[in-house]
Ligand binder design. Structure first.
Ligand code: ADP
Ligand code: MG
Ligand code: ZN
Length: 479
């Protein structure tokens, strides 16, 4: 058997830090970047004799996410203790949800290999994050920072429905976009506020039975996620082809060495001695909370994408890019309210605006170009008041200063001359100066036309409306 005889199977477990102001079971701040152990209290330090109190915002965000993923929202769910020992886990257990999570059986639509695919979501549950161990190689010691201990997490577990590394990365991107749309997560893989473990197995094509899986960790970018899965598939195929058996284990992705390597044999559920959390009653949702979240559900990325295609007549590619971030989509619609050539507008967004944003990363909310100004600029270009090239220069200046397009055009003397008589005078002058070239043109040497355009443009310092110049030259040269 060769690699092409095997079918990869992938399921993702995603942890998303919720954007609440306080932690899940105490009122400590979730602010990032504070001095170590600054945001701690007896509850999140795991001191004896204190009790957790559930943060209602966490439940609201879990329900909102569950609804967006089409899950069944469980009116009663249960907290469990997951026991393990690690220095960044002061209580010696994590409060999580286990056999009765808050959301079950959803799905996420993604652009898969053969078109749209529905990836089933097995469960979404709430839990607390652990602290962080900070290793100091110089002093040869490890330190513990518990600011993150008790920060609320949502764990979103897919069914093993993904069939290639690309699909896994696409699922991750779609899920990220969704969580950011909902305002429950900041979508930052690199900084770890959104984390992903990938479960990977291979099976002979056509088989009904899934192969043994390994779990990959340390996948903190889409590129790493895809790369690690590719490497792991190749490794498993090699093991099977040489008659070996894939061991169920947890493997760490090493980006520098371009390999996954064994970290530990896979723990089983019984290793964690799960049991119901005695300090928290089962969570019973009141109907009002669920209804309020259903009302709060915004238009989701895929629905927005579809609407951008139909309402603005945009190609799928444009619609997808424009709707990938809610503020960008909102901004597009604000400009579109004042400018009707939507495809042209989309070209300016995907070309010029995204380029400026890349050169100088700026949140859309802090963008200085008012939507009305953006629309006015494009209308100026359409009316021939300035050239498209000058329009780009003006947009860049508007991006820097927030000035109105008319101001920039005037200040920089970019206004294009469309005035027939002014251009005509110059056309006559150029023709008079170059009688032999004009003769050549009339004799059939059409390339000379470009020479005349160049001469007129030069005389007008590039500001003549090229369309008017072309028309006048054609009229005067005849033919
Ligand atoms: P655990 O609780 O031990 O982490 P689960 O059965 O809950 O294991 O599955 C965890 C993840 O592994 C899920 O995302 C699931 O889709 C995925 N998964 C399960 N079996 C396989 C398999 N054979 N190949 C790939 N992924 C799998
Ligand atoms: Mg797991
Ligand atoms: Zn606390």
């Amino acid at each position: 058997m060769s690699a092409s005889d095997f079918q990869p199977v992938i399921g993702l477990e995603v942890h998303a830090q919720l954007l609440t102001r306080s932690k899940i079971f105490c009122s400590c701040s979730t602010e990032f970047g504070a001095p170590p152990n600054h945001h701690t209290c007896p509850v999140c330090l795991g001191l004896p004799g204190v009790l957790p109190v559930l943060n209602r915002r966490v439940v609201e965000m879990a329900v909102l996410t569950g609804l967006a993923l089409g899950c069944e929202i469980q009116r009663r769910s249960v907290w469990s203790r997951k026991n393990y020992f690690y220095p960044d886990l002061p209580k010696g257990y994590q409060i999580t949800q286990y056999d009765q999570p808050i959301c079950e059986q959803g799905r996420l639509l993604i652009d898969g290999e053969g078109g749209e695919r529905a990836i089933r979501i097995r469960r979404v549950h709430m839990e607390e994050d652990a602290g962080k161990s900070v290793h100091d190689p110089v002093r040869g010691i490890s330190l513990v920072d518990l600011n993150r201990a008790g920060v609320p997490l949502l764990e979103i577990v897919s069914e093993p429905d993904l069939r290639s590394p690309e699909e896994a990365a696409e699922y991750m991107r779609s899920l990220r976009d969704l969580l950011v749309y909902l305002g429950v997560n900041d979508g930052n893989l690199e900084e770890g506020s959104l984390r992903c473990d990938a479960n990977v197995s291979v099976m002979p094509k056509g088989s009904a039975q899934l192969g043994t899986r390994t779990e990959l960790k340390n996948l903190n970018s889409y590129r790493f996620l895809q790369k690690a899965i590719e490497l792991e598939i190749a490794r498993q195929v090699l093991v099977l082809e040489s008659g070996g058996k894939v061991e169920q284990e947890t493997r760490l992705f090493d980006a520098e060495r371009g390999e996954t390597r064994s970290m530990r044999s896979k723990e089983e559920a019984h290793d964690y001695r799960y049991f119901p959390e005695p300090d928290l009653p089962p969570l019973v949702l009141d109907e009002g909370l669920v209804e309020a979240q259903a009302k709060a559900l915004p238009e989701l990325p895929r629905a927005k994408l579809e609407r951008f295609r139909t309402q603005y007549g945009l190609p799928a590619y444009d619609a997808k890019l424009l709707t990938s971030e809610r503020p960008l989509a909102d901004y597009f619609e604000a400009v579109a309210a004042g400018y009707r050539d939507y495809k042209k507008l989309s070209n300016w967004f995907l070309g010029e605006l995204l380029r400026l944003l890349k050169e100088q990363p700026t949140p859309i909310a802090a963008l200085k170009i008012g939507p009305g100004h953006f629309a006015a600029l494009l209308s100026s270009v359409d009316r021939g008041e300035i050239s498209a090239g000058a329009g780009k220069e003006v947009l860049a200046e508007m991006f820097r200063t927030g000035a109105a397009p008319q101001t920039v055009i005037a200040e920089r003397g970019l206004a294009q001359v469309s005035d027939q008589s002014a251009i005509e005078a110059l056309v006559d002058e150029v023709l008079a100066k170059n009688p032999s070239e004009a003769e050549k043109y009339r004799a059939g040497k059409r390339q000379v036309f470009g020479f005349f355009v160049g001469q007129v443009m030069k005389a007008m310092k590039g500001k003549a409306n090229p369309q008017v110049v072309n028309e006048l030259l054609r009229k005067k040269l005849g033919g």
